[in-house]
Write a protein that binds this ligand. Structure first.
Ligand SMILES: *[C@@H]1O[C@H](CO)[C@@H](O)[C@H](O)[C@H]1NC(C)=O
Length: 443
């Protein structure tokens, strides 16, 4: 009862304080004019936090602060590399970037580039690429691009904004989830991507986000919102509406169906190793769902994990970093079934955001005043086993070297000694939708 009484009062005080800040800040004088919800039918929802007080917040830390030892590579050469992928021959990474292109680290220079970074020549960890022109354009998600592309998110619907990318390992085709252009595909030679899907069950996809491909070629993808576009992602988070969908696309018939709906910011997707289930991140509610594809529970879903922050993409890891127990293919044997997933956390959950999520009207007030909630920049990635347990945590608490990670792509480098193949090193390539570099951490 005390909480019920205190909450509205605290909310009013809090709103007053923030409004005061907002109006006093240098940009404050413009705030009232530039409210992001001025021309939007903003209808905030209560967020059903099913874990409430037990939702992990500060839990799961990395005492070694290991990501502060990551390298920030290619600074200034790749803007907003949200998603990273290596092709079936191991070349890459390919990176989906902010101006509508998918870039590729040149295969002919990759070995040389790796060697330079490994030996650490140069003045430090952080002085950009040491090999010239290591990146080349691989694919475009829009045929209509022009000189405006890359000059801000306002042009994204013209230029495209590729987010999740994955190779179909059998065909070598690269599948692209472009936030504005929908599901796309481009052949191994690259070029302008072909659009495969822009609506499902009669409803347009407004914010296509991520995808995975099974061994039969079916594509599983997310549409984060059927209301807001990517550049309005803050509104999508603030409104917290059940607008996201998990979708299955059949490449032979071109038909798609909705597998899950009502997700609050559907984001990263990943199949399990045996393809019996699919994980889908629900960013606003900081959790992951498991959708069963095979077995007795096929067609149903359950909550797989509650997270200490807001998840972006999820990718299968081949190795559990601590256990180091792997099968012949380098797959983790950390848990029964051997599943291991890397989840990139955009930002840590803050108690005060969770509280704000239960105050819809206050969110409207804050947005009307253009008050920005300060968020601590940090880097946090989690390794989850096949039961949803967090078994690995890596972070750069103060975001000194890397921040705001969107995706973790694990790359295993093997060494051949006679007939034996052993693991020489394991690298985590770290994408980010906002940074202008790619992080690399060697486990
Ligand atoms: C690029 O295309 C858009 C849409 O057609 C147009 O509004 C914009 O002015 C163009 N930019 C340039 C630099 O031509």
């Amino acid at each position: 009862m005390a909480i019920a009484l205190v909450s509205p009062l605290a909310a009013i005080l809090f709103a007053a304080v923030l409004a005061f800040w907002g109006l006093k800040s240098p940009a404050g004088s413009l705030c009232l004019k530039s409210s992001p919800i001025r021309n939007v039918a903003f209808t905030p929802h209560q967020v059903p936090l099913d874990c409430q007080s037990t939702c992990p917040g500060g839990a799961h830390s990395d005492p070694g602060n290991r990501l502060s030892k990551a390298e920030a590579r290619y600074r200034g050469q790749v803007h907003g590399p949200e998603s990273l992928a290596f092709d079936p021959s191991g070349c890459g990474p390919y990176a989906s970037i902010a101006d509508g292109r998918v870039m590729r680290r040149r295969c002919d220079l990759a070995a040389q580039d790796d060697a330079t970074w490994r030996t650490g020549s140069g003045s430090g960890w952080d002085d950009g690429a040491r090999v010239d022109d290591v990146w080349e354009t691989f694919a475009l998600t829009s045929a209509d691009r022009n000189a405006s592309c890359g000059s801000g998110s306002g042009w994204e619907d013209v230029c495209g904004r590729p987010l999740g990318i994955r190779f179909n390992k059998r065909t070598g085709d690269l599948y692209i989830a472009d936030a504005y252009k929908g599901l796309q595909k481009v052949g191994p030679q690259g070029g302008v991507a072909e659009t495969l899907l822009t609506e499902v069950e009669g409803q347009p996809m407004m914010f296509t986000n991520d995808l995975d491909i099974d061994s039969d070629g079916f594509v599983y993808l997310t549409d984060s919102s059927d209301k807001y576009r990517r550049r309005q992602y803050m509104l999508e988070l603030a409104e917290a509406g059940p607008y996201g969908r998990l979708i299955k696309y059949d490449p032979s018939s071109g038909v798609a169906q909705v597998l899950m709906r009502g997700l609050r910011f559907a984001n990263g997707v990943s199949l399990s190793r045996d393809e019996s289930y699919l994980l889908v991140c629900e960013t606003t509610v900081s959790r992951i769902h498991r959708f069963w594809l095979k077995g007795a529970k096929a067609g149903t879903s359950e909550v797989f994990a509650h997270l200490p922050g807001y998840p972006d993409n999820i990718r299968r890891g081949r190795i559990a970093a601590t256990s180091g127990v792997v099968d012949d293919n380098g797959n983790s044997m950390a848990s029964e079934g051997g599943d291991f997933f890397w989840v990139a956390i955009h930002t840590r959950r803050m108690a005060f955001i969770s509280w704000l999520q239960r105050q819809p009207w206050l969110r409207t007030a804050l947005l009307s005043l253009s008050v920005q909630v300060p968020v601590k920049k940090t880097a946090l990635i989690l390794g989850l086993d096949g039961d949803g347990n967090v078994v690995e945590v890596l972070e750069d608490v103060n975001g000194r070297r890397v921040t705001t990670i969107s995706e973790v792509e694990e790359r295993v480098i093997y060494e051949k000694q006679g007939d034996e193949r052993s693991i020489q090193r394991r690298e985590l390539w770290l994408g980010s939708v906002i940074n202008d570099y790619i992080g690399v951490y060697t486990l």
